[in-house]
Design a protein around this ligand. Structure first.
Ligand code: GDP
Length: 302
C-alpha cells in the first residue's frame, strides 16, 4: 500500500497515472484541507473534491476543478440575483458541498463525511482529510489579509504577498486514520503539489512528521527553474522565506525525505536528486512518471 500526500492539481495528475498501475484499493491519499471554506452555506473542500472526483471517474482533468460536464444553473441564478459567488461552483459539485455541509453541521467528523460520500460515489481508494478541525491559509498582501482563494481567484494572484498565515481555532492534529495510513504504507509519496498551500499544511498537522520519519519517503518537485509548472507557488515560496526553486522545496522536506525527484529540464541542480520527466501534459505522461515513482518505492521496499 502506498500513501500519497496531495493538493488539488499536481499530485492528482500523478494519481491519474498511478491508477493505471495499481488497483484503487491499494492507494491511500492524505489530502490538504487548508483551502476549505464555507461558500453559499455549503462546505467546499477543493483538494478533497478534486481527488474524490478523480477516483470516481468524474474529475475535469483539463482544469482540475469540479466535475466534468457539470452545469452552472445555481451559480448563474445566485449571481443574477445578487449572490456574488466568486468561485464558479457546478451544480453536481455543489450537491457534494451541500451533503458534506449537512453532515458536518450534524456533528460528523470530516474524515467520516469524506469516507461516506466517496463510498457512495464508488471510490475504492482511501481518501483521508489531513485533520478533522478547520485550518485556513491566508495571505497578507498589499491589499490586506486575504483568504488564499480570494487572493488566487478574485484577485488572480496579482497582489504582492508579504506573508503566508495559517489560521485555526485549535492547532491541527493528524487524524488517527492518517497516522495509521502512513504507518502501514510501504512508502509515502509527496506529489508535486504546492509546498506552501498544499503540502506544508499536512506536514504541520501534529504527528505527521514523526510518522513520516519512520518511512521511505519520495517527493516530486513542482518547480522547474525558478518557477512552478503552474500556479502561485513561486510568490508564496518567497513570502514563506524559501527559495522558489527545487532546491527550496528540497530544503523544506529534506529531514523527512529518502528520494527527491526533480524534472530532467530543471537547470537547478539538487545534489543527489533523481531526474525524471515530471511534466504530466497528458495521461500517458502521468503514467510514465507514476511507473518510475512506483519503481523507486517498490525497489526500496522489496
Ligand atoms: P492546488 O491545490 O490546486 O494548488 O494544487 P497542488 O498543490 O496539488 O498542485 C499545484 C502545483 O502542481 C503547482 O505548484 C505546480 O507547479 C504543480 N504541477 C502542476 N502540474 C505539474 C506537472 O505536470 N509536473 C510537475 N512537476 N508539477 C506540476
Amino acid at each position: 500500500m502506498i500513501t500519497f500526500l496531495s493538493g488539488g492539481t499536481g499530485t492528482p495528475k500523478l494519481l491519474r497515472g498511478v491508477r493505471s498501475l495499481l488497483p484503487d484499493k491499494e492507494i491511500t491519499v492524505v489530502v490538504n484541507t487548508a483551502e476549505d471554506l464555507w461558500i453559499s452555506g455549503n462546505h467546499l473542500s477543493p483538494d478533497l473534491d478534486t481527488v474524490m472526483y478523480l477516483f470516481a471517474g468524474l474529475a475535469d482533468t483539463t482544469t482540475w476543478w469540479g466535475i466534468t460536464g457539470d452545469s452552472f444553473t445555481t451559480h448563474d441564478a445566485l449571481n443574477a440575483w445578487g449572490g456574488g459567488e466568486l468561485l464558479r461552483i457546478g451544480d453536481r459539485d455543489r450537491a457534494v458541498h451541500i451533503l458534506r455541509g449537512e453532515m458536518l453541521r450534524k456533528g460528523m467528523r470530516l474524515t467520516d463525511a469524506a469516507g461516506l460520500i466517496s463510498r457512495r460515489m464508488g471510490v475504492a481508494a482511501t481518501l483521508l482529510p489531513m485533520a478533522d478541525t478547520p485550518v485556513s491559509t491566508l495571505v497578507d498582501t498589499d491589499l490586506g489579509l486575504l483568504h488564499f482563494q480570494d487572493y488566487w481567484v478574485k484577485h488572480r494572484g496579482a497582489p504582492r504577498v508579504k506573508e503566508v498565515v495559517r489560521r485555526f481555532a485549535e492547532p491541527p492534529k493528524a487524524t488517527p486514520e492518517v497516522i495509521r495510513a502512513i504507518g502501514k504504507a510501504d512508502g509515502v509519496v509527496i506529489g508535486p503539489s504546492n509546498p506552501v498551500t498544499s503540502i506544508s499544511p499536512i506536514l504541520e498537522c501534529a504527528g505527521v512528521v514523526e510518522a513520516l520519519s519512520r518511512k521511505f519517503v519520495v517527493a516530486v518537485s513542482p518547480f522547474i527553474g525558478d518557477r512552478p509548472v503552474s500556479g502561485p507557488a513561486g510568490e508564496l515560496m518567497r513570502a514563506w522565506g524559501s527559495e522558489p526553486t527545487s532546491q527550496g522545496i528540497f530544503d523544506l522536506y529534506k529531514d523527512i525525505l529518502d528520494v527527491f525527484v526533480q524534472d530532467i529540464r530543471d537547470p537547478v541542480k539538487v545534489a543527489g536528486a533523481v531526474r525524471l520527466d515530471t511534466l504530466m501534459r497528458d495521461k500517458p505522461a502521468s503514467e510514465a512518471l507514476a511507473r518510475e515513482i512506483l519503481k523507486l518505492v517498490q525497489g526500496k521496499t522489496s
